[in-house]
Design a protein around this ligand. Structure first.
Ligand code: CP
Ligand code: NVA
Length: 300
């Protein structure tokens, strides 16, 4: 969780990610985790997280093991505690993508090796760290920028809010009624923001949220596990599409961001997501570099 890191630690990880990215581009070997192994438990689908972690540990000189939740004994009821204790005897780190956030917390409690949250229903910290690295690369700074998030008050916005609060980025979030971010997370981020001077604002009106924004972010209306709600969400979110009309109210040089996968024509118009100001594939690429920084920092 980003809440566990200080502002200095997050800045260190961003700098390290940029340094490791430069090494890959220069073809320099950087086997910081030579011979180490990362177990990667997936109970939900993934393209970016799976591939970037597996390639990342390989580039660091180690090896990744893909562990499907269905194939592990955890899928047949073995406890998280026993799984954590067992895996800690073989591996040097565990990455897990799952539904209930408490599973990651229990895994971390039971494990004697580092556990990385690769997305839960509550948060997506690796993506958020990556996103702040990407913004920093494009804008040359973070503090004082304004990010607008339009859409569902989901795992993605929770991690972005915490990252923004920690890193001094102002953030305005607009969601429809009934789809607001978690109240505890809003309280926690406001407490952090009070220390860093960031302003975190949650509202209803997408126009209000996007006004003067440097960064415009959105995510799917129905996250993994919410597929049955797709139709009702399409109705609830109809006025929350990021399109040409809405982005007129952001700064002229705004950046468009999306964690992907995206639904063109729903949360974002094709013109915006495929437009010149969209940096979605820089974000996708940086998952590799940011997660290498995380692994290098906690597994070496
Ligand atoms: N953004 C992201 O986490 O993508 P995947 O679901 O493909 O891993
Ligand atoms: N909110 C989305 C993010 C996917 C990376 C989901 O949880 O499905």
């Amino acid at each position: 969780m980003l809440v566990d890191f200080t502002q200095q630690e997050l800045r260190y990880l961003i700098d390290l990610a940029i340094e490791l990215k430069a090494k890959v581009k220069a073809g320099e070997t950087h086997h910081i985790l030579k011979g180490k192994t990362l177990g990667m438990i997936f109970e939900k689908s993934s393209t970016r997280t799976r591939v970037s972690f597996e390639v990342g540990i390989y580039q660091l000189g180690g090896q990744g093991l893909f562990l499907s939740g269905n194939d592990l004994q955890i899928g047949r009821g073995e406890t998280i505690w026993d799984t954590a204790q067992t895996l800690s005897r073989y591996l040097d780190g565990i990455m897990i993508r799952t539904f209930a956030h408490r599973k990651v917390v229990e895994l971390a409690r039971g494990a004697t090796i580092p556990v990385i949250n690769g997305l839960t229903d509550l948060s997506h910290p690796c993506q958020a760290l990556t996103d702040f690295q990407t913004i920093y690369e494009h804008k040359g700074k973070l503090e004082g920028l304004k990010m607008a998030y339009i859409g569902d008050g989901n795992n993605m916005v929770h991690s972005l809010m915490m990252g923004a609060a920690k890193l001094g980025v102002n953030m305005s979030v607009a969601t429809p009624e009934g789809y607001e971010p978690d109240e505890d997370i809003v309280r926690q981020t406001n407490a952090v923001a009070a220390e860093t001077g960031a302003i975190i604002h949650v509202c209803r009106d997408p126009r209000e949220a996007i006004e003067g924004a440097d960064v415009v972010y959105t995510d799917v209306w129905a996250s993994m596990g919410q597929e049955a709600e797709q139709k009702e969400r399409e109705v609830a979110f109809a006025a929350y599409q990021v399109n040409d009309e809405l982005v007129k109210h952001a700064k002229n040089d705004f950046l468009f961001m999306h964690c992907l996968p995206a639904h063109r024509g729903e949360e974002v118009s094709e013109s915006v997501i495929d437009g010149k100001q969209s940096i979605i594939f820089d974000q996708a690429e940086n998952r590799l570099h940011a997660q290498k920084a995380i692994m290098a920092a906690i597994m070496s």
